[in-house]
Design a binder for this molecule. Structure first.
Ligand code: GDP
Ligand code: MN
Length: 391
């Protein structure tokens, strides 16, 4: 689950990291009121930022400076009227504008290759890290945090040194890098990214500089949200893909892929196997979908809606190994779903295990194409998709 910058900043601030004060508004007048407060406190300029769950807001015109309350209001109105990468801007963040000397990239993320929390830093901040990785991979330095100790002091220093920091800035950098790893761990985040981590003038020391977190992007592990009801409350369901949302609300694990064969399976392991067998049979899976154990007819029908919402699906493979899931319930769900659906896509059904015989009768009466072995099912699905213009 992605959370907005405003909430991500809150997580950073709670961990004691240097984040400028900010407030959010849903209207231009509200943004003006925040700006007025900041100007009254002596801030010379404010920054107004679109709160949408995508990066690259700056380039899309979603991050703008304003030097007066009136300008803040018109700028906020313009930003609130934007749609960035298909997402309408519903809120803006208003904060004192920083004078940026330099931009650094810093992130802590779950890395499946090293099975740890990977910390990445680059002196080429501001731009997206994928761009840096493509253009100048050597500009990114990495450390894998200790599984129990977090980012150890020598690791933090090595990172800071690696991107050219010395003295006071290095010291601050170490605290921030260590803090990001701690946040990732304590909030079960997949990603805690600060880009830019800005080098700004430090007014208290003439000629001095300090670091502040000017942007924050946090993605939380959906499977761990039960442990964090306070963080789960930050979900912005309106920005969620409607299909992902329906899947989540139905308790269906669904991951969209880009192939043409929709797969409906019970059990995560069997679903993975099914994708492999579709691929081996020469096809491309359109999704991973696990309807879970003991699914009833209505859940099967919901899964079918979710699969069919993907226009790339040319054929569907249903693979059910009945344990607590009853084959006849699934068959009823398929019949129900077919009566509701407006798009007709060829389907092959393999149901074995509990109540498979009852299921077979229902499927035969319903005129469904069936298969007994999984290989046969995969081959049939691939042939059906190919006949329909996919593979
Ligand atoms: P993103 O484009 O969605 O990643 O949004 P960011 O929050 O990273 O903002 C994009 C860019 O706007 C940054 O890289 C900065 O160059 C600029 N920016 C953001 N906040 C400030 C600020 O307080 N002052 C100044 N001068 N520029 C800012
Ligand atoms: Mn950014």
């Amino acid at each position: 689950m992605k959370i907005h910058e405003a909430e991500a900043r809150e997580l950073l601030a709670r961990a004691g990291l240097p984040v400028p004060d900010a407030d959010v508004a849903t209207t231009a007048a509200g943004a003006r009121a925040i700006a007025e407060r900041l100007f009254a406190a002596g801030v010379p300029q404010v920054v107004i930022k679109a709160q949408v769950l995508v990066g690259g807001r700056g380039k899309a015109g979603g991050v703008k400076l304003a030097a007066s309350a009136a300008e803040a209001e018109t700028t906020a109105a313009a930003i609130l009227a934007l749609t960035i990468k298909d997402l309408p801007v519903r809120r803006v963040l208003v904060a004192p504008a920083a004078t940026i000397v330099r931009e650094i990239y810093l992130a802590a993320l779950i890395d499946r290759t090293t099975r740890g929390v990977l910390v990445m830093a680059s002196a080429a901040g501001g731009m997206e890290i994928e761009e840096v990785a493509a253009k100048d991979p050597a500009a990114i330095v990495r450390e894998v945090a200790h599984p129990h100790g977090g980012l150890l002091p020598f690791q933090a220093r090595r990172l800071g040194f690696g991107i050219g920091l010395r003295g006071e800035l290095l010291k601050q950098f170490c605290l921030i890098a260590t803090g990001l790893v701690k946040i990732a761990r304590e909030s079960d985040a997949d990603l805690v990214e600060v880009n830019p981590l800005a080098v700004v003038p430090a007014p208290e020391t003439p000629g001095g500089e300090r670091l502040i977190c000017l942007d924050a992007k946090v993605t939380l592990d959906d499977s761990a949200l039960d442990r964090h009801p306070d963080l789960a409350a930050w979900r912005d369901a309106d920005s969620e893909d409607p299909i992902d949302r329906e899947a989540r609300e139905q308790g269906i694990s669904y991951i969209r892929l880009d192939g043409s064969i929709g797969c409906m399976v019970n059990g995560a392991g069997l679903a993975m196997t099914t994708l492999d067998l579709v691929t081996r049979a020469g096809g491309t899976p359109a999704n991973f979908l696990d309807i879970g154990g003991g699914a009833r007819a209505d859940k099967v029908a919901a899964a079918m809606r979710i699969i069919l919402a993907d226009a790339g699906v040319k054929a569907i493979l249903v693979n059910i190994f009945g344990g607590i899931t009853r084959g006849d319930e699934v068959a009823k769900g398929l019949i129900e779903a077919r009566a509701q659906q407006d798009r007709v896509v060829p389907m092959v059904v393999r149901i074995v295990g509990t109540n498979a015989a009852e299921a077979a009768v229902l499927l035969r009466e319903g005129g469904f194409e069936t298969a007994t072995s999984l290989d046969e099912a995969a081959e049939k699905a691939v042939a059906l998709a190919a006949a329909g213009g996919g593979k």
